[in-house]
Ligand binder design. Structure first.
Ligand SMILES: Cc1ncc(COP(=O)(O)O)c(C=O)c1O
Length: 402
C-alpha cells in the first residue's frame, strides 16, 4: 500500500528551523519559528507556570483518564479568561468550552462541528492567513476561500475591501478572524473596525470563527479580546479557538480549548454534546498536563498575579523591540519606510521584502525569516538589532530580486 507514497519536502518553517540550527555562524539571527524569545534568545517557562507544575506533580496521585471534554475546571477558567468573568454569555450559560490539544486541535474540532452541522459550508480566511489554517480547517472537508485583508503598501488592513467582500457572502458563511496579533501580518482590526464588522456579520448572518492564539501579547489581556467579547455578546452564534501555547509558554504540552457560543443554553448543551462525540473520534481525550497547570495558575491568586506580570513583561519586550527596530531600520534603510512595524501587534510582522531578498538575507547575513518575509520580532535582541538592520540595508541596496 505505502509503496506508492511520494516523498514530500518538510514544512517550510520546520526546514528553516533545521537550516538555522545547522548554521555555524555566531551572528545568526532566528526570526523564523513563531515562539516567544526573551533577551537571551530563550523561550522560558514562566515562573508561575513552573510553580503550578511542581504543585501539580506533588499532589497528583493518578494518571487515570479525565474524559473527552478534558479538565472541566480548565474549560471554565479559560472561558472566563477569554470572555471576562462577568460576560453576558457566561451569565446566561450560552457558552461551552472543550479542552483540545492546543489551538490547532481547537481549530480542527471547530471545523468538524461546522462540517457536521452544514457540510457545504465555506470558511473564508484572510489573505494572507497562518499557513496551518489551511490543512487544519480543510482537513475536515470544508472548502476554504480568501477575503482581502492585508495592505502591503500601508502595512495596515484593507478594511473597506474586506468588508465589501464579506458583504457579498451568503447567510451562514463562516468567517475566520484573528482575535489579535494577526499571523503572519501583525496588522489587527481597530475597535471601530470590529464594531463595523459586527453590524455586517449580523446583517449578513455570518458565522464568525475567532482564532485567539496570542491573548495578552498584543495590547493586553483585555484589549486583545475586544472583538471576541463584542461578537460573543451581540451574536447568537460564535466559535472561538484558544491557545495557551504562547501566553503560558506551554507549547509542547498542547493546551487549548474550543469555545462555542449559542443562542440558548439548551442549544449550547446540544453543541457541546456533539463536540464531545467529535473529539472522541479525533483524539478521544486531550492531554491533561498543560490544562491542569493553567487551571492551577488561574485559580491561585498569587500565581495568577505573577503570571499576569510575566505576560506583561513579554508583551512590553516585543512592543519595545518594535519601536527599536523601526529606529534602527530608519537609520540603515533611510529610503524605505518600515514604521508600520511599530503599529503592528504581537510577535509577527510581514516585513515586505521579496523572497529573493529573504533568501539573500539568509545566505549572506545568516538572518532567517519565512520566505513570505514574515518575521518574528521576538527573535531580535538588543545586541543584534543593529546587525539585523545593517544586513537589511545591505540587501536592499544590492537590489536582489527587487
Ligand atoms: C494564528 C494561530 N492560531 C493557532 C495557533 C495554534 O497553536 P497551538 O496549537 O500550538 O496552541 C497558532 C500557533 O502558532 C497560531 O499562530
Amino acid at each position: 500500500m505505502f509503496e506508492r507514497l511520494e516523498l514530500i519536502s518538510a514544512d517550510a518553517i520546520l526546514s528553516l528551523m533545521a537550516a538555522f540550527r545547522a548554521d555555524p555562524d555566531p551572528r545568526k539571527v532566528d526570526l523564523g519559528v513563531g515562539v516567544y524569545r526573551d533577551e537571551r534568545g530563550e523561550t522560558p517557562i514562566p515562573a508561575a507556570v513552573r510553580t503550578a507544575e511542581s504543585a501539580l506533580l506533588a499532589r497528583q496521585t493518578t494518571k487515570t483518564y479525565v474524559g473527552p471534554a478534558g479538565n472541566l475546571g480548565f474549560n471554565a477558567e479559560v472561558a472566563r479568561l477569554v470572555l471576562g468573568a462577568e460576560h453576558e454569555a457566561l451569565v446566561t450559560e450560552r457558552v461551552r468550552a472543550i479542552q483540545c490539544p492546543g489551538g490547532c486541535g481547537a481549530l480542527r474540532l471547530g471545523a468538524e462541528l461546522i462540517h457536521y452541522a452544514s457540510p457545504d459550508s465555506v470558511v473564508h480566511v484572510s489573505d494572507p492567513t497562518w499557513v496551518n489554517h489551511v490543512p487544519l480547517l480543510s482537513g475536515s472537508g470544508l472548502r476554504l476561500e480568501r477575503y482581502p485583508y492585508y495592505d502591503a503598501a500601508t502595512g495596515g488592513v484593507r478594511f473597506a475591501e474586506m468588508a465589501a467582500a464579506l458583504e457579498r457572502l451568503p447567510p451562514r458563511a463562516v468567517v475566520l478572524l484573528h482575535a489579535s496579533c494577526h499571523n503572519p501580518t501583525g496588522a489587527d482590526l481597530s475597535q471601530g473596525e470590529w464594531r463595523e464588522l459586527l453590524s455586517l456579520v449580523k446583517r449578513r448572518q455570518l458565522l464568525p470563527f475567532i482564532d485567539m492564539a496570542y491573548q495578552g501579547l498584543g495590547e493586553g489581556l483585555e484589549a486583545d479580546a475586544f472583538g471576541l467579547r463584542l461578537f460573543t455578546a451581540e451574536l447568537p452564534e460564535v466559535l472561538f479557538a484558544v491557545s495557551c501555547s504562547k501566553n503560558f509558554g506551554l507549547y509542547r504540552e498542547r493546551t487549548g480549548a474550543l469555545g462555542v457560543v449559542c443562542d440558548t443554553a439548551a442549544q449550547a448543551d446540544a453543541a457541546m454534546s456533539q463536540l464531545v462525540r467529535l473529539a472522541r473520534g479525533l483524539w478521544s481525550m486531550p492531554p491533561d498536563h498543560g490544562a491542569a497547570i493553567v487551571h492551577g495558575v488561574l485559580t491561585d491568586a498569587a500565581l495568577r498575579a505573577q503570571w499576569l506580570e510575566e505576560l506583561d513583561t513579554m508583551r512590553k519586550r516585543v512592543q519595545g523591540l518594535r519601536r527599536e527596530v523601526v529606529r534602527a531600520l530608519a537609520e540603515h534603510c533611510p529610503r524605505r519606510d518600515f514604521s508600520f512595524i511599530a503599529r503592528h501587534h504581537g510577535m509577527f510582522s510581514l516585513f515586505g521584502i521579496s523572497t529573493a531578498q529573504v533568501r539573500e538575507l539568509r545566505a549572506q547575513h545568516h538572518v532567517y525569516m519565512v520566505d513570505d518575509s514574515r518575521m518574528n520580532v521576538a527573535g531580535l535582541r538588543r545586541e543584534n538589532l543593529e546587525y539585523f538592520a545593517r544586513s537589511v540595508g545591505a540587501v536592499l541596496a544590492g537590489g536582489a530580486g527587487g
